[in-house]
Each structure stands twice: as C-alpha cells, then as structure tokens.
Design a protein around this ligand. Structure first.
Ligand code: G3I
Length: 299
C-alpha cells in the first residue's frame, strides 16, 4: 500500500535522523502524574535505532500539549520544581543513551521578546529555564540540550531576548548546547540574508545550530492558489539557498536539518491553518518534488 510501503521506504532510505512530531510531548509521554506512557515511544525509538538513525527528542517542556493534571497541579514553588524535576529526569533516564539530543524547552518567548507566561514561569519563576537544563543534564550528561523556537530569524526582538538568555546561561555554565531555529518558512520570507545572520549569531555563542521543523509554505497568506511549476521551482530554490547557507557555518556547529514531515499529505499546515499548501519534499503520492531534487543538489 502507498501509505505503508512507500512511506516506510522513504523514511528508511532518505533520512538519517528521526524526530517524533507528537508522541514525545508531555501529554503523550506523561499523561497522568504517576503514569508514563512508554510503549509507542519505545517502539518508534527502537525502530529508528535499528535503522541506524539519530533520534532527536521533541520536547520536554512546552506550553502546548500539556497533560491536564500538569496544568492543574497544586503546590507551592518547591513542589512545582520537584514535579518539573521528576518529569524531566524520569523521561531523560528512560531514554538515556538512546535519545541523542533533547529539545529541553520549546517556544518560551513571546513575539515582543518577553518571557511567555507559561505554567512554569507562573509557579517557579523565570529560573525554571536554567533548572530544566540542569535537570536534563543531571539525568543524561551525554545528551545534547537544545532551546527550540520559531521566528528567531524574522523577529529581532525575539532573537535578542533568546540571545541574551543564552549568553546569561552560558556565563553561568548552565548546560545548553544548541539552538533549534524552527524553519516554518515560506517562499516569500524570511530573506536568505536574515536566515544567515541568525545562524551566525547563534553559532558565535558557541551553540550547535539545528534547522528544525523545516517546511516551506507556498501559500502563507491562505489565498486560492493554483499549484504551478513556477511555485514549486521557487520552493526548490529557497530550499537550495537555505541548505547552502547552512553548510557555510563551521562544521562543528552544524547539528543538522530536520523536516517537519516528509510528504505534503502529512503536513500539519493545511489542517492547522485551514489552507491549501504543499510545504514538504514529497508530494501526496510520495513522489519527490523539485524541492527534494534541489536539496540533494545542494549537498
Ligand atoms: O491524536 C489526536 C487524535 O486522537 C484525534 O482524533 C485528533 C482530532 O483532532 O487529534 C489528534 O491530535 C492532534 C495531534 O496533532 C496529532 O495529530 C492534535 O489535535 C493537533 O493539535 C496536533 O497538532 C500538532 C501541533 O504541534 C500541536 O500544537 C502538530 O501535529 C505538530 O506538527 C505541531 O508541531 C509543532 C511543534 O511541536 C513545535 N513548533 C510548532 C509546530 C507546529 O505547530
């Protein structure tokens, strides 16, 4: 069947790294306070490792996809901190030695550069960030620890806030090793110049740069579009440029490029935004698109 054999063939043959899109998020891995849900996650991880893929854990902390018990947790700040520690360390211990790297924290900032008022900030204060990285490092000292966010190329205010957080963490030897620059981009923006300067700013802080969650929208404004070869070529060109720019950063700071899915048929974008779009490397019939060919050409 198309959605079985070809799908598996693409995953096995075309990629060397796995990132779970949803099943490593808190609501999935930690659905009740005293219950962790390992089977589906273990199965995916073991399959990836059996195929010699690197496994990237996404994500220990986020303000979305939280279990209800966590959102409704009652306790003082010390109890919240203990809960945070148990959440992070139970998961990191379970996958120790298998999950190569973690998005420890996802999307902690607002677009104006202020810290998002997440449950963690409300109950522990801004120091929850450094605590989260320390807890993860204690549980798995070998794991590469990332902060992951969107619009860090496009939005100066947000980027400045993240840069100053990271500078501060590094000055105090808090274990943070990488930045995930979410690449939910489009054929129109951000410009290549802006993407290159964001990568540079972060590797100059000594962080590995992960171009995470990459997809390239053809229709960011949600218009009625006709899928033309011209649009597909523009998308291919954007992919080519981004990949070349990435390869210009020093090798020691390259962690990799992760696509947010492989076939347009499984992309989160059409259902999430309610619009027609074709953001990934393979079309709905799992046929390689021009974007795939130009990406290969860039490597
Ligand atoms: O699993 C349930 C299923 O049981 C139910 O029948 C169905 C009906 O709505 O929902 C299914 O859950 C959906 C889940 O994806 C799995 O498909 C959720 O509704 C849906 O909200 C969820 O969307 C995910 C989204 O994060 C949640 O905010 C997307 O797949 C996922 O691609 C997206 O990923 C995020 C990154 O983690 C962080 N950066 C942004 C990125 C895009 O939003």
């Amino acid at each position: 069947m198309l959605d079985g054999t070809r799908n598996k063939e693409i995953i096995d043959r075309q990629f060397n790294s796995f990132t779970p899109e949803n099943i490593f998020k808190p609501n999935s891995l930690h659905p009740e306070e005293n219950t962790f849900n390992w089977p589906e996650a273990d199965q995916m991880l073991d399959y990836a490792l059996s195929q010699n893929k690197r496994f990237h854990g996404h994500t220990l902390l986020w303000h979305n996809q939280l279990p209800l018990w966590m959102e409704n947790f009652q306790g003082n700040s010390a109890e919240w901190e203990a809960m945070l520690k148990t959440h992070i360390q139970t998961i990191c211990h379970h996958f120790k030695g298998k999950v190569k790297a973690w998005d420890v924290l996802n999307e902690a900032f607002n677009e104006d550069g202020s810290l998002r008022n997440s449950i963690w900030k409300q109950h522990i204060g801004a120091s929850y960030i450094e605590k989260a990285f320390v807890f993860a490092h204690e549980a798995d000292p070998e794991a590469i620890l990332f902060y992951n966010d969107f619009n860090l190329a496009l939005n100066d205010k947000k980027r400045d806030a993240v840069v100053s957080l990271i500078r501060n963490l590094k000055q105090r030897n808090i274990p943070i090793h990488g930045i995930g620059l979410q690449m939910h981009i489009s054929i129109y923006y951000p410009s290549n110049v802006v993407i290159a300067s964001a990568m540079k700013e972060f590797y100059q802080l000594g962080l590995k740069v992960h171009l995470s969650e990459l997809d390239i929208s053809l229709n960011p404004r949600g218009l009625d579009i006709e899928l033309t070869d011209k649009l597909l070529q523009k998308q291919a060109q954007k992919m080519y440029s981004v990949s070349l720019l990435y390869q210009q950063i020093p090798k020691a700071y390259q962690y990799g490029i992760t696509f947010w899915g492989h076939s347009d048929v499984h992309s989160w974008i059409p259902s999430f935004f309610g619009r027609e779009d074709y953001p990934l490397l393979f079309d709905a019939n799992y046929k390689a698109k021009p974007m795939y060919c130009k990406f290969l050409e860039s490597l």
